[in-house]
Ligand binder design. Structure first.
Ligand code: PMP
Length: 429
């Protein structure tokens, strides 16, 4: 049998760091990243045959649990008809219509392959549509790894304490204005200074790449109002929250209070296959080629197998699924909080629907500075105690926990049983 260590050593010789995405490395928690071979329902199995209850769920896509029968069947059927045509298919329209039906702000949608592509295209589109150059983003928000979006991004950069990335030119970085989250004065000030040059504000619908940090009540509406008053667009990034925190994503939870101009999707919309999307106002979306002057393309865009997974996932994700996700989040987060209380660990917990995370500090953080001011050193001990007990958590304190509708009593019991000792390990760290 290949051991996990052997799998990692072999990978390291052929792949930088042994991983194809840095968030998979156990950078901040230490130890050897697990190499997995199979996942089904609430569980994921590594090369040594150890099975873990999965609270990463591919960083979001697997809301139904892994290998959901209807999704697997849809994928197998689609694959049997051919993997990629590089031409249009009726399935793409069906998925587009499903997105439109769930998100009223989206009148037209274009399918791409990754969340990074979706946000990268959204920004180009905003710049092309407004004929302006600057972009406003929030510190601690992650929107994928395109050049202009890596400044003070959360997720893997937070985990590795990197302020940005080498290889991004100063000229590109200078076109992204990074301001603190949940700070209306900062928004007002940046528009006062650069208002006629700002093409768009991009924000995570609810921030969840520095742990979960929700927008303060009315904050997103204030962004829409300020952007629109200045002739700029609001891009709401729902790659992580979309179709996960509710049928209509975070926008559905804040329904009617504001209308974004462009919305980006990923993860759940592709049901675990490489698929993402951007959508929005029809007149803005029609600015994309072939109708408009903003170019965007993709050999594998709207790939038929990925589209089949997306359609099957959205169709299966009905109200009962969202009720299960909410209940699972409630049970697990409450038990985690109780375990920290019993162990005397200072923490705060934040929710964006069924997404949640804990910060090792007593006050609820509202921005990246506050998120960073926590006892992050407690997380590795907690993480590894959970992993040793058969529960796979995100390998960083700066990530949300992802529940799935497949978490049954047995899987949940395993989590609840593991928590007290893991909380004591965090206390002792
Ligand atoms: N936006 C958000 C809010 C995300 O969470 C992510 C990925 N975690 C992305 C964009 C980028 O998506 P992808 O990894 O598919 O490129």
């Amino acid at each position: 049998m290949t051991t996990n260590q052997q799998a990692f050593d072999r990978a390291r010789a052929a792949i930088p760091g042994g991983v194809n995405s840095p968030v998979r490395a156990f950078g901040s928690v230490g130890g050897t990243p697990r190499f997995f071979v199979e996942a089904k329902g609430a569980y994921i199995t590594d090369v040594e045959g150890r099975s873990f209850v999965d609270l990463v769920n591919s960083w979001g896509p697997a809301i139904l649990g892994h290998a959901h029968p209807s999704v697997i069947k849809a994928v197998q059927d689609a694959a049997g008809r051919g993997l990629s045509f590089g031409a249009s298919t009726p399935g793409e329209t069906e998925l587009a219509e499903l997105i439109l039906s769930r998100v009223p702000a989206v009148q037209k949608v274009r399918l791409v392959s990754t969340g990074t592509e979706a946000t990268m295209t959204a920004i180009r589109l905003a710049r092309g549509f407004t004929d302006r150059d600057l972009l406003v983003k929030f510190a601690g928000h992650y929107h994928g790894h395109s050049d202009g979006l890596l400044a003070e991004a959360g997720s893997g950069l937070a985990t590795m304490a990197m302020p940005g990335s080498a290889g991004v030119t100063a000229a590109t970085a200078a076109q992204t204005l990074v301001i603190p989250y949940n700070d209306r004065d900062a928004i007002t000030a940046v528009f006062a200074e650069f208002g006629d040059r700002i093409a768009a504000v991009i924000t995570e619908a609810a921030a969840a790449n520095m742990g979960v940090v929700t927008p303060l009540p009315g904050f997103n509406a204030f962004l829409a109002e300020t952007a629109h008053a200045n002739g700029a667009l609001l891009i709401v990034d729902e790659v992580l929250t979309g179709f996960r925190v509710g049928a209509g994503g975070w926008l559905g939870l804040e329904a009617g209070s504001y209308t974004p101009d462009i919305v980006t999707f990923g993860k759940v919309v592709g049901g675990g296959m490489p698929l993402a999307a951007l959508g929005g106002r029809a007149d803005i979306m029609d600015y994309l080629a072939p109708l408009g002057p903003v170019y965007q393309a993709g050999t594998l865009s709207g790939n038929p197998v990925a589209v089949a997974a997306g359609i099957a996932t959205l169709k299966a994700a009905d109200t009962s699924v969202y009720a299960r996700l909410d209940a699972a989040a409630e049970t697990i987060s409450t038990a985690t909080a109780a375990a920290f209380d019993a162990a005397g660990v200072a923490y705060s917990v934040q929710y964006a629907g069924n997404l949640f995370s804990f910060a090792f500090r007593s006050g609820v953080p509202e921005n990246y500075e506050q998120v960073k001011a926590q006892d992050a050193f407690r997380y590795p001990a907690f993480f590894h105690a959970m992993l040793d007990a058969g529960v796979s958590l995100p390998p960083s304190v700066f990530e949300a926990w992802f529940v799935s509708a497949a978490l049954d009593d047995e899987a949940t019991d395993r989590i609840l049983t593991a928590l007290p000792a893991a909380a004591r390990a965090a206390a002792a760290a």
